[in-house]
Design a protein around this ligand. Structure first.
Ligand SMILES: [Zn+2]
Length: 98
C-alpha cells in the first residue's frame, strides 16, 4: 500500500537492516530497539493491524517465520517473546519486559 512504511520496507524502497526475507515475509531490526534483540516481522501483503487480518494461514506462517528468525538469532533455547502491536494504544515495548 502506498504511504505505508512497512510496505515500503518490504518493497526495498525504504532502507532497513534486513534479517531475513522470503516471498511472504520480511524481518528487520527495529531502528530503536527496546530489547537486546528486537526484530520486526511483517507480511509482504499489506495488513494494517491484526484487526484487519483475514488470512489465518498467513498468520500461522508469520509465527513460523518469527520462530525461524529467533532460531537464526540463537534464541530458540534461551527463550524469546513475540508481540503483536495493534493500533496506537498497543502497549509500547519496554525492557525489561513487564
Ligand atoms: Zn503496508
Amino acid at each position: 500500500m502506498t504511504g505505508c512504511l512497512f510496505c515500503g520496507i518490504a518493497r526495498g524502497e525504504i532502507k532497513a537492516s534486513i534479517v531475513t526475507q522470503d516471498n511472504a515475509f520480511v524481518s528487520f531490526r527495529d531502528i530503536n530497539p527496546q530489547a537486546p534483540t528486537h526484530i520486526l516481522v511483517i507480511p509482504r501483503k499489506h495488513v494494517a493491524t491484526l484487526n484487519e487480518a483475514t488470512d489465518a494461514g498467513l498468520l500461522g506462517k508469520l509465527l513460523v517465520h518469527a520462530r525461524d528468525v529467533a532460531r537464526g538469532e540463537g534464541l530458540a533455547d534461551r527463550g524469546y517473546r513475540l508481540v503483536i502491536n495493534t493500533n496506537a494504544e498497543g502497549r509500547a515495548m519496554a525492557w525489561p519486559p513487564g
